[in-house]
Ligand binder design. Structure first.
Ligand code: URA
Length: 240
């Protein structure tokens, strides 16, 4: 049972400062276990209690794990003075201090971004030693050759001489611009694009569809996110 002061929790889990969080309570806008809260220093049990601000429930679990379907054009960074970031798209009910995207997608890449406030978990899934798989769908501008299949299976040599770990490559839809599934167990800068470029192919569209054993929820439209359940989290963790 982890207890914390109400104003501290409000400040951590909403956009309000600690000072404003106190005011919220004094203004009668906060409900604690269904009753209007009167004292900002009241203790809240994070595992059992409920808190609402202006009628909207706050997520009180110790750590938050969100799956977001990142749209193209949005940065997978925490904050940027000029451009929209994935954190700007997090629904108000999930906002809290300490959230950040665990891993990066290029600005023009869509799909699965895991957003959390659990630094330890992020460190583990991103650790180069853990090899958590990431699955991508890539539309490319020319056919997949036997040479490419072999290269992906053995480890593609990038233009700077770096040799990638073996990766999965499967054609999902054939044609002049085939749709390919690529499974990586590492995460280098522009890796999918650079791997295809080693064979003269350009990636026309890229989407991450899974991390570890957890697939992006098809019900999430670009820009939407939802909480990852503890069971689902274990599908990501199964590899680490
Ligand atoms: N590989 C890329 O080239 N870009 C991404 O965003 C992710 C993987």
């Amino acid at each position: 049972m982890k207890q914390e002061r109400m104003d501290k929790i409000l400040a951590a889990r909403t956009e309000y400062s600690r000072k404003d969080a106190k005011k919220l309570v004094w203004q009668g806008r906060v409900r604690h276990n269904g009753k209007i809260a009167v004292s900002p220093d009241a203790k809240v049990d994070l595992s059992a209690d409920t808190l609402e601000v202006d009628g909207k429930p706050l997520v009180l679990g110790e750590h938050l794990y969100l799956m977001m379907n990142k749209p193209a054009g949005v940065l997978s960074a925490s904050r940027d003075p000029k451009q929209p970031t994935v954190l700007d798209l997090v629904p108000a009910k999930y906002r809290r201090s300490g959230l950040f995207p665990a891993g990066r997608l290029d600005k023009d890449t869509e799909g699965f971004v895991l957003i959390t406030d659990d630094g330890g978990f992020a460190h583990r899934i991103l650790s180069p030693k853990k090899h958590v798989s990431k699955t991508y769908h890539a539309l490319i501008d020319g056919p997949v050759t036997d040479q490419m299949r072999q290269g992906f299976a053995q480890g593609v040599a990038l233009e700077d001489g770096t040799v990638c770990r073996p990766a999965g490559l499967q054609v999902l839809e054939d044609g002049p611009s085939p749709l390919c599934q690529v499974i990586l167990t590492q995460g280098m800068y522009h890796q999918v694009k650079r791997m295809f470029l080693s064979y003269g192919r350009r990636v026309l569209h890229l989407k991450r569809v899974a991390m570890g054993g957890l697939a992006l929820d098809p019900a999430l439209a670009p820009g939407q996110s939802r909480e990852i359940s503890p069971q689902e989290l274990s599908a990501v963790l199964e590899e680490i």
